[in-house]
Design a protein around this ligand. Structure first.
Ligand SMILES: [Zn+2]
Length: 383
C-alpha cells in the first residue's frame, strides 16, 4: 500500500503553501506524501471522506500555558488541543531558569502535543499568587539563567518571556525590557516575547528595545497603553512601523487581553495580528471566554478577517517562529502529517471578549477531526 491514510474530498486550505480547493491528502509513515485531486484510494489502507469539510494544517498555538499551578493545562493539554485541531503549541513563559526542568518533566510524561516554550526572565516563572507578579521582586530577574536555560534546551526552549504590567515588574521603566533584551541577545539572538496588557508606560517606549522577530503578545487588549495608546482610536504610528520592520504582533486572547471594540477598529485600519493564539489555561478553556483556538479564529472572522488570513496566522506563521518552517503548520508533501478538519458552521453564536462584550457570530469553526503524525488523534462524537 502506498498510503496509510487518505483524507478524501475536503476543502483544502493552506494559504502559505498555495493549496486551495477540493483535494485529497495522502499520508504515509506519519508524513504528508501527496496533495491533489483524486488520489487512488485503492492504494490506501484507510480512507476518510471529509467532503465539504475545511482541511487545514494542524493548528499552531504560539501562546498557551501548560505548567502546573494556577495557570496551567498540564495533564489536560492533549485533551484540549486535540479536540480543537491544535497539534503544536508553545508555552509562553510559565517557567523560568529555576522551574524549567519541571516543565520538561510535565511535557515528557504527559503531553503528546508538539511543544515549545519561552523561558521567563523571572527565575521562578509565572506563579499563581495574588502576592505580586514574577518580577515584582527584582532579584528574581535572571537574564543569565534565562539565556543558559534557552541554550541548554534547544529542542524545547525558543526565547525569552517578559510580562510587563502593573504588579508584575519591579519598576515601571524600560529596565525590565532591557534585561529581557540582554537575555535574548545572550541566548544567541533568541526572540523575546513581551506581554503588554495595561502597561504603566506607553508601548513605543518598550518597542524601542525590541528587534525584528521579537513578539508583542496581547496586541488587542483594551486596557492602558495598548497599540492605540490612551486615545484608543488609531493604531500608533510607532506600532505600524514596528510591524513593518518585522516585530510580530500576537493576539493571545486570554481572560483579559481581547477587546472587541479595539479589534474592530484595528482591523478596519488594516492592522492584522501576525499570529493568532489563545493564552489558554485550564480555566479559560473550561469557563471561557477563550475556550479554544478555533473560537478565537471565529471571532476574528466575525470582524472581517478573511479565512485565508485567519488560517495562515494560526498555522504557517507561528510554525515559522517556532522553527518548524516546512515541517509543521503546512500541508506540503514531506511535512509531518498534522492536519485539522473543521466544519465552518452557519448559525447564531454568541461569543464574548475579555471585557464582557458579546457578539453574535454567524459562522463558527468547529474541529471535527484531528490527525497527529499521520494518526487519527481526535474525532468529534456525533451530536
Ligand atoms: Zn500568557
Amino acid at each position: 500500500m502506498k498510503y496509510d491514510l487518505i483524507l478524501a474530498g475536503g476543502e483544502v486550505l493552506d494559504p502559505a503553501a498555495g493549496f486551495r480547493g477540493v483535494m485529497d491528502i495522502g499520508i504515509a509513515g506519519g508524513k504528508i506524501v501527496a496533495v491533489g485531486p483524486s488520489l487512488p484510494t485503492a492504494e490506501a489502507r484507510r480512507t476518510i471522506a471529509v467532503k465539504s469539510r475545511l482541511v487545514t494544517p494542524g493548528l499552531v498555538d504560539i501562546h498557551a500555558h501548560i505548567f502546573v499551578n494556577a495557570h496551567d493545562m498540564a495533564g489536560d493539554t492533549d485533551r484540549f488541543c486535540r479536540a480543537s485541531g491544535v497539534t503544536t503549541l508553545c508555552d509562553a513563559g510559565s517557567t523560568g531558569s529555576a522551574t524549567f526542568a519541571g516543565l520538561r518533566q510535565v511535557i515528557d510524561r504527559e503531553v503528546r502535543t508538539r511543544t515549545r516554550a519561552f523561558v521567563n526572565l523571572s527565575a521562578i516563572g509565572i506563579v499563581g499568587t495574588s502576592r505580586g507578579g514574577e518580577l515584582s521582586h527584582f532579584p528574581y530577574a535572571d537574564p543569565e539563567g534565562c539565556a543558559r536555560t534557552i541554550s541548554e534546551n534547544p529542542d524545547l526552549a525558543i526565547g525569552v518571556k517578559l510580562r510587563y504590567g502593573p504588579g508584575l515588574v519591579w519598576e515601571y521603566s524600560p529596565e525590565p525590557v532591557k534585561l529581557a533584551r540582554k537575555a535574548a541577545d545572550m541566548a544567541g539572538g533568541a526572540p523575546m516575547m513581551m506581554h503588554i496588557t495595561d502597561s504603566p508606560i506607553p508601548l513605543p517606549e518598550l518597542l524601542a528595545h525590541m528587534k525584528p522577530g521579537d513578539i508583542v503578545t496581547h496586541c488587542y487588549h483594551g486596557r492602558a497603553h495598548g497599540i492605540m495608546g490612551q486615545e484608543k482610536q488609531l493604531v500608533l504610528k510607532e506600532v505600524v512601523e514596528a510591524q513593518r520592520h518585522g516585530i510580530i504582533f500576537d493576539c493571545a486572547h486570554g481572560r483579559s487581553h481581547f477587546s472587541f471594540p479595539l479589534i474592530e477598529k484595528a482591523l478596519d485600519q488594516g492592522f492584522l495580528p501576525d499570529t493568532i493564539s489563545t493564552d489558554l489555561t485550564f480555566t479559560s478553556a473550561t469557563n471561557g471566554p477563550v475556550f479554544d483556538l478555533p473560537t478565537t479564529m471565529s471571532k476574528l472572522l466575525h470582524f472581517g478577517m478573511s479565512l485565508d488570513d485567519v488560517v495562515a496566522r494560526s498555522t504557517a506563521a507561528p510554525a515559522k517562529i517556532l522553527g518548524y518552517e516546512g515541517t509543521v503548520g503546512t500541508l506540503k508533501p514531506g511535512a509531518n502529517a498534522d492536519i485539522a478538519v473543521f466544519e465552518l458552521r452557519d448559525g447564531n453564536f454568541p461569543l464574548r471578549d475579555s471585557d464582557g462584550n458579546t457578539i453574535t457570530a454567524r459562522r463558527r469553526l468547529i474541529a471535527q477531526l484531528t490527525i497527529k503524525d499521520g494518526r487519527v488523534w481526535y474525532k468529534r462524537p456525533p451530536e
